[in-house]
Design a binder for this molecule. Structure first.
Ligand code: ATP
Length: 242
């Protein structure tokens, strides 16, 4: 079943077209890793999908329904949840309050505080702490938990590993495995190409607002993706990515 259908999507910042004619189709339960250099347009695309940035042209369909004209809170109700880059937490609210906020979308589903604590057990003892007092890893877990509490069909994760220690990143990614197995459709922006290709069934590479390469992770080589990433020849790109 097609869960997300993006067709000819365009989004700009003033005169700059940051997202140019992007088309992506994702089936239910698919995970797409979105990679690309700084400024390639990944965050703008994610925000546009979530309704946090205006659509200039093109369409976004969820489960066959056109959501292009809907506001962000209406899209949450249709099953799209964004974990924004930099987490964007309400620092004066507790973890429990943040999770409750996520459930206000009122979508029926299996996610509960108990289930969030199962995948992020480190939040248990922090439930009544203000998020401003948490570590980066705990804040990220809270941000993902808040998104999950809206019972999304489509989860958009923008650089969830940014600023976290490798150990915490491993923990966050281990929890993503469970999500992927539960059938959630995921788009994740990830700078670490190896990690992106390991976790996601498909990879799309953005360059200057366009998708310049897209396909199953298993059928793409690291060289192909790095070439697309830099828009350069193979020799120049080799070894340039971690
Ligand atoms: P990064 O990995 O650095 O977050 P990105 O791939 O997510 O990069 P975007 O943040 O979407 O890329 O930026 C795409 C383009 O839009 C860049 O040229 C950027 O300078 C520009 N841009 C992003 N945000 C704004 C803004 N608020 N105002 C003006 N231009 C912006």
């Amino acid at each position: 079943m097609t869960m997300l259908e993006i067709n000819g999507l365009v989004a700009s910042h003033g005169l700059l077209e940051a997202v140019r004619q992007v088309s992506i189709t994702l089936k239910k339960g698919e995970t797409l890793a979105l990679v690309g250099a700084n400024g390639a347009g990944k965050t703008t695309l994610m925000r546009t999908l979530a309704g946090a940035h205006p659509v200039k042209a093109g369409t976004i369909r969820v489960g066959g329904d056109d959501v292009t004209g809907l506001k962000s809170h209406e899209r949450v109700r249709r099953g799209i949840a964004l974990v924004p880059e930099g987490r964007k937490m309400f620092a004066s609210m507790t973890v429990a309050e943040n999770l409750a906020l996520g459930s206000m979308a009122g979508r029926a589903g299996d996610w509960s505080v108990e289930r969030i604590l199962e995948i992020f057990p480190n939040l248990q003892k922090r439930l009544h702490s203000k998020t401003g007092h948490l570590s980066g890893g705990e804040q990220q877990a809270t941000a993902i938990g808040r998104a999950l509490m809206s019972n999304p069909d489509i989860l958009l994760l923008d650089e969830v590993s940014l600023g976290l220690s490798p150990l915490i990143v491993d923990r966050v990614y281990a929890s993503l495995d469970a999500l992927i197995k539960s059938g959630t459709t995921i788009i994740l922006v990830e700078q670490n190409l190896e990690r992106a290709m390991a976790v996601a069934g498909r990879v799309a590479c953005m360059l200057e607002g366009r998708i310049v390469l897209e396909g199953p992770s298993a059928s793409l080589t690291r060289e192909q993706v790095t070439d697309a990433y830099f828009g350069l020849g193979r020799v120049a790109a080799k070894g340039a990515l971690s």
